[in-house]
Ligand binder design. Sequence first.
Ligand SMILES: [Zn+2]
Length: 184
Amino acid sequence: MRRTKPPVARPESRQSAARLWAPWRYAYLSATRTGTPACIFCVKRLAAAPRRKRLIVYANPLALVMLNRYPYTNGHLMVAARRHVPSPDQLTRTERAMIDELIVQSIAGLRDALRPAGFNLGANLGRAAGAGIADHLHWHVVPRWEGDSNFMPAIASVRMLSQHLEQSFDRLAPRFKAMDINLS
Ligand SMILES: [Zn+2]
């Protein structure tokens, strides 16, 4: 039986979410570059079962919060407007305010559910900047732990990853449901 060497995280990966070792992202990025899949952020029906299947932990008419299926770390969330636009200057003030609120609530929910030691926050505008889905603007909320660059390579299979995703969903979705997300 052929054995492969265990992956080794690079030292600089501690500094940046973009450099975390997340091999499933390569399959994802090449798929989004070569194919034309439907936009994952443009969701019409939001019944409980499809919402869970799509890893949408929270949605309202303006914006939604979704677990990244190809995460940099466990609990990696994405916050997006419901409208399919590529850049923040195309969002309304109300949409921007809602996204800002949901980023804050994502941090609070992740702190409560997963006890991270830090976060990376940010958005990639355009493919040249590293956006996997460039046409629909989204912000990343990436929880971080000391040594997570060593932990993520230990998740060696897609099956293990999907178990982690389901656990994170079950811990986060009730917290968003209980949150008072109100702009007034
Ligand atoms: Zn979209």
